[in-house]
Design a binder for this molecule. Structure first.
Ligand code: SDX
Length: 436
């Protein structure tokens, strides 16, 4: 038995034109699809792989978040999103993503204190807002102001020093909500509210957003809990578009604050984090249950660019586990606020009809995290154009944790993909008098 042939964990590639064969190792992760290690492919074959949109490409090795799209599973450092959303809080999840473990009581106290001590922004930050029109899209202001943070810490930032990387993470986790609240205040012409150190992370964000200097602000514990849970649900999500943007920007060893600003820019797109805002616009466009069939038909029509926003996902071919938790939270918040939002009824009917439609079943299009979040955020008093800002507040910890993981890698190198070139070749220069 001992001499049973060892099956080599490799794949063999045969170029049928040349008859040459090549062998590449297969690597196992701790969970999920195995990978073919093709790092030597170009050197050995002179060929590239071709995978626009990276549908079959693992861009990195990571231990932060695991997603099983078929089972609808989402784990952060091995803990299920359901457990974290129900039993943990956002700063605990931040500690988990950054440090790999849930904090013990002493670690939690220290972590929370450090975040609290970094919530104020430099007093000069307020002057950046003046250049923006009051009606600028809040995501445009976020990109500008978070990017501007890089001007305040660049000289004290050695990204090879773990302590300096850690303080950059604390600064970002702590200051992005402050900036987000300032973005909202600027848009409505109200004064900025300074953070309060006696409030929790979610309470402080609600206070800075909805409080005014002229009267005390009463925290609603149900809304604060819902806000904290919404932050947890959006904290990290493997190598999505904005996280891949942060990793690629960071691979050149750029300033981490500037890298996070690049993640905010990518998240803004309606195909990504901008979908929560787009869902509300879509529900308002549909307007009434009677028009749902018309819009479902449009979403299947290849000649119509309309898609059901909040449906479909590159990875989830099952119900997005975050969407289920978001739907339950939606009920909780609307009940607490005693709000009967017709948009929720419309969303539920749309979900019911879409999930029984053969097109959606065949293409495995289910509601994603963005489908219900907008309805809750609208009920909490946020304007639609702030929804993706809230997504960015939560995802900042994911982006900086993924950036931190990448910078620590001994094999870390600048990301520089190649291409399949299909443009013109070797043309002779045409002098101006010869051009038609
Ligand atoms: C987020 O990556 C992440 O993890 C992202 C995220 C995170 O936490 O970071 O989860 C957050 O971005 C959630 C997704 C939010 N976006 C939307 O809700 C926008 C609507 N959804 C689609 O744009 C789309 O589903 C994507 C962009 C989310 C995924 O697109 P893919 O993986 O490139 O899939 P695809 O566009 O190739 O679609 C496959 C098929 C296509 O039909 P065929 O070409 O095969 O005939 O499904 C169809 C699509 O036309 N399809 C839809 C649809 N989404 C896909 N048809 C109607 N409505 C939709 N919403």
């Amino acid at each position: 038995m001992g001499n049973a042939p060892q099956i080599k964990k490799t794949v063999t590639l045969t170029d049928n034109e040349t008859g040459k064969t090549y062998e590449f190792p297969i690597v196992d992760g701790s969970e999920g699809p195995r990978v073919i290690d093709i790092r030597k492919l170009y050197a050995e074959t002179g060929m590239f792989t071709y995978d626009p949109g990276f549908t079959s490409t693992a861009s990195c090795e990571s231990g932060l978040t695991y997603i099983d799209g078929d089972q609808g599973i989402l784990l952060h450092r091995g803990y299920s999103i359901k457990d974290l959303a129900e039993k943990s809080d956002f700063l605990e999840v931040c500690h988990l993503l950054l440090n790999g473990e849930l904090p013990n009581p002493a670690q939690k106290k220290e972590f929370n204190h450090l975040v609290t001590m970094h919530t104020m922004v430099h007093e000069q930050m307020q002057f950046f807002f003046r250049g923006f029109r009051r009606d600028s899209h809040p995501m445009a202001v976020m990109v500008g102001c978070v990017g501007a943070l890089s001007a305040f810490y660049h000289d004290s930032l050695n990204i090879d020093d773990p302590k300096q990387r850690e303080i950059a993470a604390f600064r970002l986790i702590a200051k992005v909500p402050t900036i987000a609240a300032m973005v909202y205040k600027y848009s409505i012409g109200q004064p900025f509210m300074y953070p309060r150190n006696d409030l929790s992370y979610a309470e402080n964000f609600l206070y800075m957003t909805f409080g005014v200097p002229s009267e005390p602000y009463k925290i609603n514990p149900i809304l604060a809990r819902a806000m904290d849970r919404i932050f947890i649900l959006h904290a990290d999500h493997e190598q999505n578009a904005s996280t891949s943007t942060v990793r690629l920007a960071g691979s050149s060893r750029a300033n981490p604050f500037a890298c996070i600003a690049s993640g905010i820019a990518s998240l803004w797109g309606p195909a990504h984090g901008g979908a929560n805002e787009a869902v509300l616009a879509m529900l308002n466009q549909i307007g009434d249950k009677s028009r749902i069939p018309e819009f479902i038909a449009r979403s299947k029509d290849k000649n119509d660019s309309f898609r059901l926003m909040g449906f479909g996902h590159r990875v989830y071919k099952n119900y997005d586990p975050r969407a289920q938790i978001m739907r339950d939270t939606c009920y909780e918040v609307l009940k607490e606020l005693n709000i009967k939002d017709p948009l929720l009824e419309l969303a539920m009917e749309l979900e019911k009809i879409a999930l029984s439609d053969p097109y959606f079943i065949e293409k495995k299009l289910y509601p994603n995290v963005d489908f219900y979040s907008g309805i809750i955020l609208k009920a909490m008093g946020f304007p639609t154009n702030m929804f993706t800002v809230l997504f960015a507040v939560a995802r900042t910890v994911g982006w900086i944790s993924q950036w931190n993981e990448m910078i620590q890698e001994s094999s870390q190198k600048i990301g520089r993909p190649r291409q399949l070139y299909t443009g013109p070749v070797n043309r002779e220069f045409i002098p101006m008098d010869k051009r038609k």
